[in-house]
Design a binder for this molecule. Structure first.
Ligand SMILES: [Zn+2]
Length: 170
């Protein structure tokens, strides 16, 4: 197991409970923002399994009320994916991303991407800013760093909720 370098100072009171094999890179946090219709914060644990010894997906994320719960969830996914005979499909991905139809493992080394010209010529989404701190030289991270440098990072939309109309105020 390799622990992401930011944990030398960030969320460094946590120690992984599971034995992540080989060079699997792990990182965690107590307040990840999860997007969707109703964004919420949660503890999360993320792993980038060592491809030389694992058939699990390239990226695994667990969530929970505590980092320990999140790690347990991530490790359960890792175990399930590692035991699967994968059936890959492109689904909604147009990059080299593939999802297994059985276990939902994610990998991006199974097919060539569908190239859309100019797709990186835009600001980085704010929710990827955390990824820039990762100690990784992957193409994915390098493209995000370039986008942040050349086009900036979008701002978290913190606009207040729409005002409630006052009854009888007209
Ligand atoms: Zn699978």
């Amino acid at each position: 197991m390799k622990i992401a370098s930011q944990h030398a100072w960030k969320d460094n009171e946590y120690t992984p409970r599971h034995d992540w094999p080989g060079d699997t890179l792990v990182q965690w946090g107590g307040s990840g923002v999860v997007l969707g219709k109703n964004p919420y914060t949660t503890a999360f644990f993320e792993a980038f399994p060592d491809k030389s010894i694992s058939t699990a997906g390239g990226f695994i994320r667990g969530e929970g009320a505590t980092i320990e719960d999140a790690e347990a969830s991530a490790f359960a996914k890792y175990t399930k994916q590692n035991e699967c005979r994968h059936l890959w499909g492109r689904e909604h991905y147009r990059n080299s991303g593939q999802l297994c139809r059985h276990c939902r493992a994610f990998r991006c080394d199974q097919v060539k991407e569908v190239v859309i010209l100019g797709r990186h010529r835009k600001p980085l989404e704010w929710y990827h800013a955390y990824d820039l701190e990762m100690d990784s030289d992957s193409k994915y991270i390098r493209i995000m760093r370039l986008r942040a440098k050349l086009f900036g990072i979008t701002e978290l939309d913190a606009s207040p909720p729409a005002p409630v109309s006052m009854e009888g105020s007209e």
